[in-house]
Design a protein around this ligand. Structure first.
Ligand SMILES: Cc1cc2nc3c(=O)[nH]c(=O)nc-3n(C[C@H](O)[C@H](O)[C@H](O)COP(=O)(O)OP(=O)(O)OC[C@H]3O[C@@H](n4cnc5c(N)ncnc54)[C@H](O)[C@@H]3O)c2cc1C
Length: 396
């Protein structure tokens, strides 16, 4: 990988987050000249646990394995083998176990900085891939012989295919006039690292409260990373609590499932919304990851969907190129859109449905969902199907 390349590329990827770097890795063997443009230096991996972690499912792990990244090669990550989900307003609960479905694991909890660092390192020996950072894309123009991409440094680049992997507030999406419907959940997700009195048992824990879902995700350090979704009106006051009061509120909300809880890191809050673009592609342009779709983080699927976008787009490009077709042309890129839109839309709708069903205080809905959870827990075939879908089975 070079620090800067000449100004002509085959592919320019805007955004060096998890999804943009996955795409660059998936295209590594293609020989295409690629530039990844990222506005901020990658967050360093330090002894402190990153506040942002992702539950990475087996389908995404398989994509990473093809890029030479395995859980063993990461500096830190934590496999989880079970999932406990329950409704705080009743007795309904459901338990997923990897072994019951013949799976080795349900996935790994990986700090975003650890994953980004590994993806970046995996690009390092690649001469035909340039990582331009810190650089920000400020303008694009469409011309017959390729696209012009303006950087804030004044540099002007050219490429056949421009990929927007620049996140939920995608600048490229705006510059390309692609319609995007976003709805706010009027909630934010508070994240922090906690110690728990009882061990996490390599289990991902999810409690549905009327105020929103609360997840405890297991970390290799024995601690948990939490995501606590709360109405916007409650977020400032909850962030302002001292550590003791915050920990008491958290363990209470979590039904004391892991005993006493001690918050041990700073806390940050992320706005929660869902949205989808009207179209994923134009001639010479494709959107991937959060630039194309965002969902509620309650099932830990956002990054997984984006990783799958990247893997499918890389395959479509590689196959078209091998067949001597115009791999950047609209008809080729539409294959990517057709392959990914349905899956992404289904997950977005399912997450919004869960959020509404579990966030509703109506007593009959409470008994319906509690009964539903318990019924599904006793139907091994349906449970296994649900789990395999969440694991990304058959997605790529
Ligand atoms: C609280 C929370 C918990 C979550 N937990 C999970 C989970 O457990 N599992 C899961 O799968 N998903 C999870 N998600 C979702 C997941 O974090 C996102 O889906 C994922 O990070 C999106 O990755 P991305 O690369 O598409 O976008 P981003 O991570 O937003 O990366 C975009 C990159 O583009 C860069 N950029 C933006 N504009 C420009 C520009 N003009 N020029 C140059 N660079 C630019 C940005 O600096 C950034 O690095 C969670 C989300 C939240 C909010």
């Amino acid at each position: 990988m070079t620090a800067a390349g000449k100004d002509n590329y085959d592919v320019i990827i805007a955004g060096g987050g998890i999804v943009g770097l996955t795409l660059a890795n998936a295209l590594k063997a293609s020989g295409l000249r690629i530039a990844v443009i990222e506005q901020y230096p990658a967050p360093p991996v330090s002894e402190d646990i990153d506040l942002r972690v992702s539950a990475i499912n087996p389908a995404s792990l398989a994509v990473f394995a093809r890029c030479g990244i395995t859980p063993d090669s990461l500096s830190r990550c934590c496999g989880f083998y079970e999932m406990q989900v329950w409704d705080s307003t009743g007795a309904g609960q459901i338990h997923f176990d990897a072994a019951e479905s013949g799976l080795e694991t349900l996935g790994y909890i990986i700090e975003n900085s650890v994953l980004q660092g590994a993806l970046l390192a995996a690009l390092s020996p690649t001469e035909h891939i340039s990582y331009l950072c810190p650089q920000r894309i400020t303008g694009i123009s469409w011309q017959d012989d390729g696209h012009r991409v303006q950087l804030d440094s004044g540099q002007l680049l050219r490429c056949k295919l421009l990929v927007a992997a620049d996140g939920a507030n995608s600048r490229l999406r705006q510059l390309a006039n692609i319609d995007y419907q976003r709805s706010s959940y009027q909630q934010q997700g508070i994240v922090c690292t906690v110690n728990t009195e009882q061990p996490h048992q390599h289990t991902a824990w999810q409690c549905f409260l009327p105020s929103g879902p609360l997840a405890f995700l297991p970390l290799a350090s024995g601690q948990c990373s939490i995501v606590w979704s709360l109405d916007e009106s409650l977020v400032a006051a909850t962030l302002a609590l001292d550590d003791h009061a915050f920990s008491r509120a958290l363990e209470r909300a979590f039904d004391y499932r892991l005993g006493a809880v001690t918050a041990v890191s700073e806390r940050r809050a992320f706005p929660l919304s869902h949205g989808h673009v009207g179209r994923y592609v134009k001639s010479g342009l494709a959107l991937v990851g959060d630039a194309a779709h965002t969902i509620h983080p309650l099932a830990g699927q956002g990054a997984n969907l984006g990783i799958m976008d990247a893997a499918v787009l890389a395959d479509v490009i590689t196959e078209a190129r091998a067949a001597g077709r115009q791999w950047w042309a609209l008809h080729t890129l539409r294959q990517y859109e057709r392959a990914r839109r349905g899956d992404n839309r289904l997950m977005e709708t399912a997450m919004s449905g869960f959020k509404q069903l579990f966030g509703n205080a109506s007593p009959w809905l409470s008994s319906l969902r509690n009964g539903g959870l318990t019924v599904v827990d006793h139907l091994p075939v349906l449970k296994s199907l649900l789990m395999k879908h969440a694991m990304g089975a058959g997605r790529h």
